[in-house]
Design a protein around this ligand. Sequence first.
Ligand SMILES: Nc1nc2c(ncn2[C@@H]2O[C@H](COP(=O)(O)OP(=O)(O)OP(=O)(O)O)[C@@H](O)[C@H]2O)c(=O)[nH]1
Ligand SMILES: [Mg+2]
Length: 337
Amino acid sequence: MGPADGLAPPANSLAAAVLAGDRLSLARLLTQVENDTSLGRIALDQLFPYAGRAHLVGVTGSPGVGKSSLVNRIAQALRRPERGQLRTVGIVAIDPTSPFTGGALLGDRVRMRDLAGDPGVFIRSMASRGALGGLARQTFGMVQVLDAAGFEVILVETVGAGQAEVDIARLAHTTVVIEAPGMGDEIQAIKAGILEIADILVINKADRPGVESTERSLREMLEMGYPPRHPKKQFALEGQAAAWLPPVLKTIATAKTGVEDVVQAILAHRIYLEQTGEWQQRQLERLESEMEILVQVTLRERWRAALPDGVYDETLARLCERKISPYGALERLLGDR
Ligand SMILES: Nc1nc2c(ncn2[C@@H]2O[C@H](COP(=O)(O)OP(=O)(O)OP(=O)(O)O)[C@@H](O)[C@H]2O)c(=O)[nH]1
Ligand SMILES: [Mg+2]
């Protein structure tokens, strides 16, 4: 599958090598995309027509809830030969360089070691960067490359903490939100608006005390009028297909318990999306949010580059002294209005 031959990337290009299934080229291209090089951008353009087939699954939750452990288990389950339909799996793990768990990249490598050597799996960790929209943009790019390379399910692990993560969740067709007993996670999840993006809720570390109360509070919240992502759509679908109510599942990732239910829920969600037409809707929303992020980031970069030296700092200083108002600052910085 893919576009007509006339549009195929030039022979010997990085993009062509990736399409041909060369893993070394894939790794090299992902680095180019992560560093936002012009080579990376060219390859992304060339690969775009080949992407759009993968099932993109976001896996998010607070630091240390067991995201990497569960992603590893989900990937293993998708690769088990006894499963009727084997699926190739791409994994993008975004390392929050969190002060809580420090050294997560190394840890992830250990947790995902079981998958090493399987040609149907490709794992990539990425360090998060501070730049506005930068993380989301890199993640979109990486996912697009893995999609074009033919990976059928792409799992993206992010720490659910802020707007950047909500942006990243928007790139997924299916979002799995992971909680763990205790830790006051339920409250945190509400604060971050994370629950609103959940298609599947998982309580991991179900071997720990407090599972029942975590489950109870999650279910109560769902019943208390879970805000559906597409309220209008659900109205339109009345009588045709049942709306998706996020299941609440329990797992012990370290003991493989409950993982198969999560995999089944992920696969069922895809079928639900396809049968209701929501797949197309999410596809459109994903591309729209990618386009929006690119526009925002680019406009901001252009504006900063065009701003004469010192104007920014000077404006900020005057603002602090209350010599100009925020709107006055805007006028100075944009030179119009
Ligand atoms: N008891 C118990 N421990 C678990 C379970 N799942 C994961 N862990 C442990 O919890 C710790 C964190 O697991 P990770 O998989 O790294 O969690 P994470 O959410 O990816 O962490 P960050 O990426 O650093 O935010 C590790 O020591 C795991 O072995 C579980 O079901 N039960
Ligand atoms: Mg992790």
